[in-house]
Design a protein around this ligand. Structure first.
Ligand SMILES: NC(=O)C1=CN([C@@H]2O[C@H](COP(=O)(O)OP(=O)(O)OC[C@H]3O[C@@H](n4cnc5c(N)ncnc54)[C@H](OP(=O)(O)O)[C@@H]3O)[C@@H](O)[C@H]2O)C=CC1
Ligand SMILES: CC(C)(CO)C(=O)C(=O)O
Length: 316
């Protein structure tokens, strides 16, 4: 049976790792700090709309415990991708695969560089999960994974993993063009995550405010222009309409970037905004609205980091 490791037992890693363990798979969860302590003492609780899961799993703080894994669910925040990727590369078996569940499309590039294209799978992760407290995650709304491999050589492995996820009751679709699907999700995230974090607003508030909605629409069109210049094929008007109609279904949602801001955590600004701005500049696509919000959130991230460092510095 395939052995699975969860690299980053946060909201997403807990949810999908928990579902796999409940489905009878052999799962090892890598966590740290207070979360690890609570997981070891009390297990993992996943609060869902229909059921609650209580998972008494194998929780560890030592990456070496993932050494025998055949598949890693890669679920750290994108700011931690390089560090976690390098750590795992030095310990995983040569035929182990890493599947990123992260938002954005830059993690794929980084993981490919570390592991080579034949070992990287990727999923567009449709879930609304958040950590209520250490060891407890709440999940709301629909759950869906669209996944595939980056290179044609991964097709067999990717289909095996898709079957495994489906067998655990997770609605999973295999796609031969995962990067296009990830771009589609990124377009939603880049439209709503930064504005919601900058204005500290839920999706519904962004949609109802003339100013915020206009800014979100401008950012969306800039990102669509960038995707088109990169050769991501899609009907732009239809994509625009879908992004905003999907937002109507998530009015109460606090985006992951807003949640991070509210908790004083580092936001995934580089991955969601910086990457698109960088690509746009390379291709000569003007993205003034996105670039402005990118700079603003970069400032907030840096200020929070300075504050945290000052709080942690020893007092004389
Ligand atoms: N939450 C959601 O609903 C969705 C999130 N996503 C994406 O999924 C990715 C993960 O998001 P999410 O689960 O919300 O993030 P979380 O911050 O909840 O989870 C990441 C976890 O990784 C842990 N971690 C980081 N580095 C290490 C390490 N070296 N050793 C052990 N544990 C480590 C963190 O620990 P610590 O808490 O101590 O920092 C944290 O628990 C992001 O890219 C996000 O954009 C995609 C779709 C939906
Ligand atoms: C909106 C959501 C939950 C999509 O699943 C997301 O990706 C985020 O908040 O960053």
């Amino acid at each position: 049976m395939m052995k699975i490791g969860v690299a980053g037992t946060g909201a997403v890693g807990s949810f999908f790792g928990g579902k796999l363990q409940q489905g009878g798979y052999d799962v090892t969860f890598l966590a740290r700090g207070k979360t690890l302590e609570v997981l070891k003492e009390q297990g993992l609780v996943i609060k869902g709309e229909k059921e609650d899961l209580h998972i008494n799993g194998r929780f560890t703080g030592d990456p070496m415990d993932l050494a025998e894994a055949d598949l890693i669910l890669f679920s750290v925040k994108s700011n931690d991708t390089v560090a976690m990727g390098r750590k795992l590369h030095s310990i995983l078996k040569e035929d182990a695969c890493v599947m990123t569940l992260q938002n954005g499309v830059d993690n794929e590039e980084i993981l490919q560089e570390i592991f080579g294209p034949d070992r990287v799978l990727s999923a567009a992760t449709y879930v609304q999960a958040f950590k209520e407290r250490s060891g407890q995650v709440r999940q709301q709304g629909r759950v869906k994974l669209v996944m595939g491999g980056l290179a044609p050589t991964t097709a067999v492995k990717a289909e095996q993993v898709a079957n495994l996820l489906s067998a655990a009751g997770i609605d999973t679709k295999y796609t031969g063009n995962i990067l296009e699907k990830k771009w589609r999700k990124l377009l939603w995230n880049v439209t709503f995550n930064p504005i919601s974090a900058a204005a500290e607003s839920r999706i519904g508030e962004v949609l109802d405010s003339r100013e915020l909605r206009q800014t979100a629409e401008t950012i969306c069109r800039e990102a669509l222009d960038t995707a088109a210049a990169l050769g991501i094929e899609m009907d732009r008007e239809r994509a625009f309409a879908t992004i905003f109609s999907n937002a109507e279904l998530a009015r109460e949602h606090r985006t992951s970037m807003l949640q991070d801001r509210m908790q004083g955590k580092e936001m995934e600004v580089e991955s969601m905004c910086g990457y698109v701005v960088k690509k746009a500049k390379e291709l000569g696509v003007p993205v003034p609205a996105l670039e402005t919000i990118y700079h603003l959130l970069t400032f907030v991230n840096a200020r929070n980091l300075r504050k945290q460092n000052a709080e942690q510095a020893p007092t004389k």
